[in-house]
Structures are given as structure tokens and as C-alpha cells.
Write a protein that binds this ligand. Sequence first.
Ligand code: NAD
Length: 291
Amino acid sequence: MAKIAFIGLGIMGMPMAVNLVRAGYEVTGYNRSPEKTARFAEQGGAAADSVEEAVRDAEIVITMLPDSPDVEAVAGDVLTAHGALWIDMSTIAPSTAKNVAAQAKEAGLRALDAPVSGGEQGAVDGTLSIMVGGEAADVAAASPVLEVVGRTIVHVGPTGAGQTVKAANQLIVAGTIGLVAEALTLLDAQGVDLKPAVEVLSGGLAGSAVLERKSANMLRHEFPPGFRIDLHHKDLGIALGTARESGVPLPLGAVVAQLVAAARVQGHGDLDHSALLLVLEQLAGRGPTTS
Ligand code: NAD
């Protein structure tokens, strides 16, 4: 089995790396904050003190980092793993994915962009959806590893295509949360009982995974992450930036990006993205903080 280096042992990376260990892979992990690397070692992984040490002898390098600058920051050290297959599973800009893949090729590595959807639970359960960009032969080589951490794995096109599909995913999710939040605010203002309203809405064309999985917390006004507002703010920046590069207007996406930005400014950055409801309620002069 291929030797794996895993860089970035956060909410998503830790359970993914642990699942690879449980599947029998030899995995060397590194995280910038050493206590996470130590926690990984307690769960059967090998601990490294630097990216360079982690990728030494690795045949596959997986990165699961917050944002484009984080991936760019480790790229130099990852590229010392000559001959390796680098699978970047972070959500970053498609343009950055293309840049680092070109650098990787020049340094004698192969690279895939393979961002994920499915959240922390999907990472723990090994059921993530993975959208993969890159060459078919490299996707085939990565498949046994991707199948450990994910259930729906789709090769969506050349380098960068995985990140572009992920940007579209984040656009749809944010827009849907925004409209569910507006609908709940309207229903509440009209004195409609929200629970049965959600039940019947879920059964029709308005039904969605967002309504199904996020509405219970929205009704309770509890927003533990989940997927943090801060990360969705980053992802909408990626979607709007990519749209600008492509000459494509995203009018609805632009509005929802501003609402997410407002949620962040209001101090909700560490809450689940369903906390967008608080912004919509505030605009309507409603919600738990208003009388
Ligand atoms: P996180 O912040 O919990 O984890 C990122 C980890 O990377 C942290 O532990 C951090 O210390 C580490 N790190 C940062 N810079 C580093 C460096 N230079 N070297 C080594 N380690 C470094 O974030 P997360 O929730 O695990 O998300 C990771 C990526 O996955 C993000 O791009 C996010 O958008 C995406 N994602 C997250 C979710 C989710 O539900 N949390 C779902 C799908 C996709």
C-alpha cells in the first residue's frame, strides 16, 4: 500500500487521516499546531515535525488546509516529494489549483484537485463527495485512497475543474440557506407554526438537503459548526472571483455573499453557516435579540 503524507489535521483532515490509518495505510501526519499532530499519533499515525519531514518517502501527499495561501505556503516543501501524487483536498481557488499543479508537474510530481463536500460527519464516516480535477490516469491511481475517505467520487474534468465544481456547490448551498432563512423569517412574522411548515415544504419542490439538515437547528436558534460562516465567506469569495475571471455575473451569489459577510462582521464567523438566519431576522427587525 502506498505511503501517505497528510498535511492539515483539522476538523476534516484529522478524521480523514485516521480513516486511512484504519484502512491499513502507513500515514505520516503534520499540522502547524503540534498538539493535533500528537493527537493523530495517539490514533495510530506517525507524527512529523515539518511538511518536509512528512513528505519524505511519501508516494501520496494529501493536503487539507483552510485556504489558497495555506496551500501555496506548503507547496515548496510538498514539491520535494519527487515522483509523488499530490492530492489537494482543501477548498481553494481554481486558479491557485492550476498554478500549484503546474509547479508540481515541473518538479516531477502529479497533482489532483479533489475538494470535498459532506462536512465533518462525512469525514468521520468516510462518506464524503469528492469532485476531482486532473488527468484520468492520476485519478485512477488515487482512487483506492479516495474510496477510503469518500463514497461519491467523480472525475469532473482537467486540473482546476474539481475546485470549480466545489465553488458551484458552495454557491448553491449559500443561496439555498439564504432563501430558507428568508422563508422562515416570513413564516414566523405571519405567526405560522414553523415545524409543520418545514415538514410540508420538505415534501415538495422546495425540499432540499439544506431544509432537511439545517432547519431543525435554525428553528432552535442553535448554530454549532458544522461548516463555519468564516469558511463559507472564503468560498463565496472564490466563487465570485472565479466568476469575474470568467466574465459571468452572479447576481444572486453576490447578494448572499454580502449577507454572509454581514454575519461575519456581526461576530458569527465561528457559527454554522445556517446562522445566516440571524442576519435575515435582524433585517426584518425580528429574532431573539429584538423585542
Ligand atoms: P480547519 O481549520 O479545522 O483545519 C485546517 C488545519 O490546517 C488546521 O488544523 C490548521 O492548523 C492546519 N494548517 C493551516 N496551515 C497549515 C500549514 N501551513 N501546515 C500544516 N497545517 C496547517 O479546517 P477544516 O474545517 O478541516 O477545512 C479544511 C478545508 O476543507 C477547507 O478548505 C474547508 O473549506 C474545506 N471543507 C470543510 C468542510 C467542513 O465542514 N469543515 C466541509 C467541506 C470542505
